[in-house]
Write a protein that binds this ligand. Structure first.
Ligand code: ADP
Ligand code: MG
Length: 898
């Protein structure tokens, strides 16, 4: 390399190269600059320090700038993707700066001139296309928050798959919408960071937030950007967009243009998402219900992992999107259920279609890479194989729309799209079939991806090359006999090309032989001496020339195929979308059959009637652990049933949380278009789902558990409507008993009287059951337990009625608390309860003789234990043998007491 970073004279400032670097860096100040030098991307100054630490690579020095050492580190170009991945994951953004002219060109301008360089791409989390930088089964969304006046809109695009949507959003719903979309990067006008209501929300996005100047969100410019993107003079064909929507979508397109340096990805037609099209589920509810990931951030253990049986990456992304966005439109949901029902009923067809799908590569992502010029022959191969799989599926679905059979629902739309998509891409598919080799390589660099027979000229140069190779092979035999050295070999490497190789000992022989005139010495290395001949050089030259010609032809053909792919891009996208949706319907059908899920009835009523519902994840976990069957439970919050709010009491570990969650998950599954883990389900559309489960700390955001609990409860009580489903699990637990009870009490009243939502409220405050007499829509249920000799067995059954106590001490005992602690706890509890029964003010803990002698209370404790045992006897249920045992047991107990 002729370029030097170090200035000749440290006091005169920068070398031309450093000057170029500093100029490019200044224009990309927010990015780590990957500055191409030969086979490396080099980073300098602060960038180098940051990258070396993040990548755990060596930090070196190279020359001086203004008298200071220049810090430097570098990554090899061929391995750059893996370093990019690490940097993006750690929240960095990278500007990739390439040499855009041949170094020889620069030299011609003068020995000191610098190779021209340009930033060819900005790598940000929301604009990735490489498989190595993406998760195959998860979307990679870039979202823009647009604003016009006081109206907001969110645009979302998955550049790696071509999806592009926009929708208006109320300021209060922005957080929930962002939680639904779960974007990797969010663009927002920087001035919103000064907005009191929005700032915390935007700041919480952390490194995913990209603030941009407000000018980028101009709605007029946005409209222009969209027209340019779709090459139309008016957007009317796409729908009517509000100014906020144009602001959001336009900012997003502008950002893609900026980061891709003008190469716009093939985005699908911008689809407008009507407000309230999806069940509203806020971030806290999503986390609590562990819909697409668990509280600890893993996919395993989530609802998604439990129900995902898709066999393609596109299908997996579609399923994940659907689970995150359950629908609110009855007809749309029914169309999804129809497809699942139909496939559930046709086992053979289902299995065979799923086999075809397994062979379908990721068309959407291959297409996205090709559209921004980062695709390779393997991506063309993915399109070809994807179309083949689609063809096989379409053929099997020809008779699917049989009027005598149950409706195929959305599967019929997918079938129709496959058919039209395949018709439109037929010629392209044929070209690929004829021109592309069976297993195309990743890049075009080394050629060999165009099949023989596809191009006469290519075949000719290849034949020439092969001919020359054959001649070279025959040369070896000839040279051996001519030189009388049978150990002579003809070899090839990247530096020398073809050469003749001998060991030093044989080389002497060669040079002594009569043919020594023929062999020109080229190189001596430790173990070998290398020669060439005129003949060999000529042949090698011919081979190299042929290879160059062949590569040029192959590249030309690649470009033509790529252009063809772009020309039918919309049809390819359509095929990809149809395959993904079919995959989802088939996968859900498979799940429904195997796990005995039932088709829910969905309508506009206010019903919520689940017969023998199960928790899909807990059920699967129990089965995996061979831990016994899951106990199904009914839940009926329907208006007609007169009990839209259930108060669920019962000891810890009895299954309250499981029961609550399972009903929320059933609602999500039903409205996303799946069958549900129940025998029967009737659900009137749920507009919003709220859940407050457990007491998760949110220390990262500096709020105490209780504060979090109250913030979330407030959101529910402020927003839930009669159409909502509310799950409240032990709220008020985070504070002192009285406070907590009071808050829980008031919340139940509000939910019942004001929100009038369908709701489940689990609590360990059995005092709350007193509300049943005052609130007419409130029903008390409890988790059944069976008790015997101080031990309790959880039956996990929901029954009418209320728990009369919390059994916390029983659980403590089960958990292995020392016997002395358990006994003492029982004493304290009894003292507290005695205080209450006597209608005296509740005994305060510090009134108890905590530090008094241990013995005095023991007698009293024993006597109460005996009374307890007597109280727990159910005479009608005792067999004669059990009754006799009991007498002995009670007698023994009383003797122990004395
Ligand atoms: P709670 O909220 O009342 O403390 P959980 O709902 O957390 O109880 O349930 C505790 C455990 O009991 C669960 O982890 C699960 O293993 C088991 N469990 C809960 N419900 C059922 C059920 N319906 N059938 C079988 N096991 C259950
Ligand atoms: Mg619980």
């Amino acid at each position: 390399m002729n370029e030097h970073v170090a200035p000749e004279n440290p006091t005169t400032g920068s070398t031309p190269l450093m000057a170029q670097y500093l100029e490019i860096k200044a224009a990309n100040a927010d990015y780590l600059l990957f500055y191409r030098m030969g086979d490396f991307y080099e980073l300098f100054f602060g960038d180098a320090v940051k990258a070396a630490e993040a990548l755990d690579i060596a930090l070196t020095k190279r020359g001086k700038h203004l008298g200071e050492d220049i810090a430097m580190c570098g990554v090899p170009v061929h391995a750059a993707e893996q370093y990019l991945e690490k940097l993006i994951r750690k929240g960095f953004r990278v500007a990739v700066c390439e040499q855009v002219e041949d170094p020889a060109e620069a030299k011609r301008r003068g020995s000191k001139s610098v190779v021209k360089r340009e930033v060819i791409r900005l790598v940000t989390p929301g604009t990735l296309t490489e498989d190595s930088l993406l998760e195959a089964r998860a979307a990679n969304l870039l979202v823009a928050l647009g604003v016009a006046g006081d109206a907001f809109a969110l645009a979302a695009a998955d550049m790696s798959a071509g999806e592009f949507t926009v929708g208006a959003v109320a300021a209060a719903d922005i957080a929930a919408e962002l939680a639904r979309l779960d974007p990797r990067e969010v663009l927002a006008p920087d001035r919103l960071l000064a907005d009191e209501a929005l700032a915390p929300l935007l700041k919480a996005l952390g490194p995913a937030l990209t603030p941009l100047p407000a000018i980028k969100f101009d709605s007029g410019a946005g409209e222009h950007a969209l027209k340019t993107l779709y090459r139309v003079s008016a957007l009317d064909g796409f729908g009517t967009f509000s100014r906020a929507e144009l602001s959001a979508a336009g900012a997003l397109v502008g950002y893609l243009e900026l980061t891709q340096k003008g190469k716009l990805p093939a985005l699908k037609t911008l689809a407008r998402v009507p407000e309230r099209a999806f069940m509203g589920i806020d971030g806290a509810t999503r986390r609590n219900l562990e819909i697409v990931e668990t509280l600890s951030g893993t996919r395993a253990g989530s609802l998604l992992a439990c129900v995902d049986r898709t066999v393609t990456a596109g299908g997996a992304r579609e399923l994940s999107h659907r689970l995150s966005s359950p629908l609110t439109d009855v007809a749309e949901i029914a169309a999804r259920h129809d497809a699942v029902a139909r496939f559930a009923g046709e086992g053979d067809l289902r299995r065979s279609l799923r086999e075809d799908l397994r062979r379908a590569p990721d068309i959407a992502r291959a297409l996205a890479r090709l559209s921004v010029g980062r695709g390779g022959p393997r991506d063309l191969g993915a399109l070809r194989d994807g179309m083949k799989a689609a063809d096989a599926l379409a053929a099997k679905l020809v008779t699917f729309n049989d009027p005598l059979k149950p409706s195929p629902g959305e599967a019929d739309d997918a079938r129709a799209r496959l058919t039209t998509g395949l018709a439109a891409t037929r010629a392209f598919a044929e070209h690929l079939d004829r021109q592309l080799v069976a297993e195309p390589p990743f890049t075009t660099r080394d050629g060999s991806f165009i099949a023989s027979g596809a191009h006469a000229g290519l075949d000719d140069v290849r034949a020439l090359r092969d001919e020359s190779r054959k001649v070279i092979a025959s040369l070896e035999a000839r040279y051996r006999s001519e030189s009388g050295v049978p150990q002579l070999k003809i070899r090839h490497n990247g530096v020398l090309g073809y050469f003749i190789e001998l060991t030093p000992q044989h080389a002497e022989k060669l040079q002594a032989s009569p043919s020594r005139e023929l062999f020109r010495h080229r190189q001596t290395i430790g173990s070998a001496v290398r020669f060439s001949t005129d003949e060999l050089a000529t042949l090698a030259g011919r081979i190299a020339e042929a290879a160059e010609k062949a590569l040029a032809i192959e590249r030309e053909m690649f470009d033509a195929l790529q252009a063809e792919a772009m020309a039918v891009g919309a049809s390819l996208s359509d095929i990809a979308g149809a395959l993904a949706r079919l995959d989802v319907s088939l996968a859900l059908a498979d799940l429904a059959v195997e796990k005995r899920y039932a088709r829910p009835v969905i309508d506009q009523s206010l019903a919520f009637d689940i017969a023998r519902g199960r928790h899909p994840v807990v059920e699967a976990a129990l089965a995996d652990a061979h831990a016994g069957p899951f106990v199904p439970n009914d839940c009926n919050l329907s208006r007609e049933n007169g009990q839209r709010l259930w108060l669920v009491t019962g000891p810890n570990m009895a299954g309250k949380s499981t029961f609550l969650r399972q009903n929320a998950l059933i609602a999500i599954l039903a409205q996303m278009g799946s069958f549900v883990p129940a025998e029967r389900a009737h659900i009137g559309i749920v507009d919003r789902l709220f859940s407050r489960v457990g007491a998760a700390d949110d220390l990262a955001r500096g709020r105490s558990t209780f504060m979090v609990e109250m913030v979330e409860t407030a959101a529910i009580l402020n927003q839930a409507t009669e159409r909502s489903l509310v799950i409240l699990d032990e709220i008020g637990r985070g504070t002192a008993t009285f406070d907590g009870l009071a808050i829980a009490w008031a919340s139940v009243e509000h939910l019942h009287d004001k929100n009038r939502a369908r709701a489940l409220f689990a609590t360990h405050y059995h005092e709350l059951t007193a509300l049943a007499s005052r609130l007419d829509q409130l029903a008390c249920v409890t988790m059944r337990v069976s008790e015997w000799n101080d031990t309790i067995v959880f039956l996990h059954e929901v029954a009418k009625g209320a728990a009369d106590r919390s059994y916390g001490i029983h659980v403590a005992k089960l958990a292995g608390l020392p016997a002395a602690v358990v006994q003492r706890a029982e004493e304290v509890l009894r003292a507290l309860e005695d205080g209450r029964e006597g209608h005296k003010p509740l005994a305060r803990i510090d009134d108890l003789p905590l530090f008094s002698a241990q013995q005095p209370m023991k007698t009293q404790a024993k006597s109460s234990a005996l009374e307890d045992a007597l109280r727990n006897i159910l005479p009608d249920t005792l067999t004669p043998k059990a009754a006799l045992d009991l007498v002995y047991f009670l007698k023994a107990m009383s003797e122990e007491k004395n």
